[in-house]
Design a protein around this ligand. Structure first.
Ligand code: NAD
Ligand code: IPM
Ligand code: MN
Length: 352
């Protein structure tokens, strides 16, 4: 079971180390870890945020465990050299079109949610975010207009097959949960969203046991803080899913708690090939200070065991250990506590 470990930048290496510590504590036989450079680290050591050797390593592995990329020192590089291109490139090259971002409350954290406790307690949803299309991957350009003004543009587009395959993922996910899909779009304005809605309706016919509703993204952003418990599966596009998932993290309590799985169709000998990463970034403001909460990355490793290695029991063990650490009052700086990254990793290991 080969895992390509790509720690990246900022707090990426710190949180990845704790996830590895948790995997190590499980003593899984047959696990082989390979490590590669990505992001600013890739650029500095190899001249590219996604060096070819790292991409090859990821392709050869059965799963990728990813930290975070991004470095303010690289913000002015050409777009294709920016650290963020590493994660975008991996998603696209490996055809990881389905991004699952679960957001579920933890016992004992209700008071730390940005919402009132009785509202926070209800949250148990999964965002199914399309990950290889939309305005992220459309053509981009800069022009100087005839009158001398600078103009920038990004093409937003979805082809029907792209919508269809992510819709299937959402409906199938709903069948394992509460049998409800909320498809989030902006069909009152955007043509991409009108097509999105049409195709989602077509797919829904194959899932008569799943209730489908459509919601505009502005309303969804509002409903997510008004009554997050009303959502089960949120099916949405790349850009909207990016934004709504950061928002969902604060309904739970911290961005340092939300994990993700990015999946495609490729099967390995053990399960579905995937890339696993926290939803947060490299957090340059706290990098190198040992202040990051590694729980999102630890929970991403749990998702990896579940989806890519079929190790459901071990995945649940990790999730229970994180939940019981939080219940016992284990709090990082992000949750108003004082524990550092390594201490949180240690607390989770103790509870395994
Ligand atoms: P961010 O998620 O890195 O940080 C936002 C805020 O949340 C910061 O205050 C940070 O300190 C805090 N935070 C994030 N993760 C935390 C954790 N585990 N524990 C405690 N606090 C945490 O978002 P940003 O500041 O907008 O972006 C920073 C860089 O990361 C940018 O270069 C951005 O492009 C990149 N980024 C990368 C990824 C990724 O690798 N998948 C995701 C998001 C952002
Ligand atoms: C995320 C991040 C990425 C995204 C960036 C780093 C490209 O914000 O994974 O949520 O926008 O998808
Ligand atoms: Mn994001």
């Amino acid at each position: 079971m080969k895992i390509a470990v790509l720690p990246g930048d900022g707090i990426g290496p710190e949180v990845t180390q704790e996830a590895l510590r948790v995997l190590d504590a499980l003593q899984l036989p047959g696990l082989k870890l390979l490590e590669g450079d990505v992001g600013a680290a890739g650029y500095r050591n190899h001249g590219h945020p996604l060096p070819p050797e790292t991409l090859a390593m990821a392709r050869e592995a059965d799963a990728v465990l990813f930290g975070a990329v991004g470095d303010p020192a690289c913000d002015n590089l050409d777009r294709h050299l920016r650290p963020e291109q590493a994660v975008l490139g991996l998603r696209k090259e490996l055809d990881l079109f389905a991004n699952l971002r679960p957001a579920k409350g933890f016992d004992g954290l209700e008071e730390l949610s940005a919402l009132r406790p009785e509202i926070a307690r209800e949250i148990d949803l999964v965002i199914v975010r399309e990950l290889t299309g939309d305005i992220y991957f459309g053509e981009k350009a800069r022009h100087v207009l005839l009158d001398g003004r600078r103009e920038g543009w990004d093409r937003m587009a979805y082809a029907e097959d792209e919508v269809r395959r992510i819709a299937h993922v959402a409906f199938r996910t709903a069948q394992t949960r509460g049998n409800r899909v909320t498809s989030v779009d902006k069909a009152n304005v955007l043509e991409t969203s009108r097509l999105w809605r049409e195709v989602v309706e077509e797919v829904a016919v194959e899932y008569l046991d799943v209730a489908l509703e459509h919601m505009y993204v502005d309303n969804a952003a509002m409903q997510l803080v008004k009554a997050p418990g009303a959502f089960d599966v949120v099916l949405t596009s790349n850009l909207f899913g990016d934004i709504l998932s950061d928002q969902a993290s604060m309904c739970v309590g911290s961005i340092g708690l939300l994990a993700s799985a990015s999946l495609g169709e490729r099967q390995t000998a053990y399960g579905t090939f995937g890339l696993y990463e926290p939803i947060h970034g490299s957090a340059p403001d706290i990098a190198g200070q040992g202040k990051a909460n590694p729980m999102a990355t630890i929970l991403s490793a749990a998702m990896m065991l579940r989806h890519s290695f079929g190790l459901e029991a071990e995945a649940a063990r990790i999730e229970n250990a994180v939940a019981s650490a939080l219940k016992d009052g284990v709090r990082g700086v992000d949750l108003g506590g004082t524990l550092g990254c390594a201490a949180i990793g240690e607390a989770v290991c103790e509870r395994l």
